[in-house]
Design a protein around this ligand. Sequence first.
Ligand code: AHR
Length: 351
Amino acid sequence: MKKRFLSVLLCSCLAAASLAACSSGASSSATTAAPQTTAAQGETTKKAEETTGKAADTSGEKLVVGFAQIGQESGWRDAETLSIQTYASENADKVELLFADAQQKQENQIKAIKNFIEQGVDVIGLAPVVETGWDQVFAEAQEAGIPIILLDRRADVSEDLYATFIGSDFIEEGKMAAKEMAKLIGEEGKIVELEGTVGASAATDRKTGFDDEIKASFPNIEIIASQTGDFTRAQGKEVMESFLKSNKDIKGVYAHNDDMALGAIEAIKEAGLKPGEDIKIVSIDGVRAIFEAMAAGEANCTVECNPLLGPLLFETAAKLKAGESVEKWVKSVDGVFTSDMAAEVLPNRKY
Ligand code: AHR
């Protein structure tokens, strides 16, 4: 760690900068409150993390990582936060986490990064809420000699401004979802799309992958409406309600995440239709709640996107601190789960 003011609590600094939530002070060695996540998720996340390696302690000093999280918009995001905070608290002798919850606002993430620079952390982790608008603050981090790890979402900046991206291939996820949707509806019919946060790489790429695959391979499938639900269950429900009011014969819903799919399922049921039967549901993430919906016959398919990135974040940060090189893209491997697998898979879901 280059420079750190132990007496200054990061939480107060971030609060002054309008950040609404923060769960670790610079003077403490681990994290505190995790966002609302079920006990089952906590338990299984811990188990998953126990199987991975630990961040190497090369200098005798603690590895200090500042992480600017997007917020708590989905079950997936809560699982990612818990994975990061659990790793930090279980390895408090080696690592220290400064955690900022930006409440879905880029300006709050930028303030958090500036604060981490001021605190002199070793490495900054960021899940960018949107892709653009990062050049200046990334350049400030670079000038201060602090590497940036992009976690789960990409930023549209020059490659030399960040050290690595750890996460999934969102375009590929969209393509896999399109193939599954085509199978479910017999390669023809009208479908609707619930998009994630406007400007987020996860939304842009999942749309590109899905829409391109439909256009290229399934000419009899028509995407009749596509609108953002901001990756939240509430907005997924709201948008689906309006889709149902203005469109008849919808055969399928493709949602960029499970939470929006779960909202759509509620809207479909309230409209007197059967989700999973009358309208097929395909989404991305693989959270426990969508497996429950699949087991109940109300959803059909989810493309998994691994949120348990905490261990990898710290292990990569340790390498960067030690001056080791890391790959520019540490890619997560995603699988596809269909409703016939749900009952068997459900008891072992890790998030
Ligand atoms: O960036 C990953 C996406 O962000 C997840 O699919 C979604 O649930 C989250 O909010």
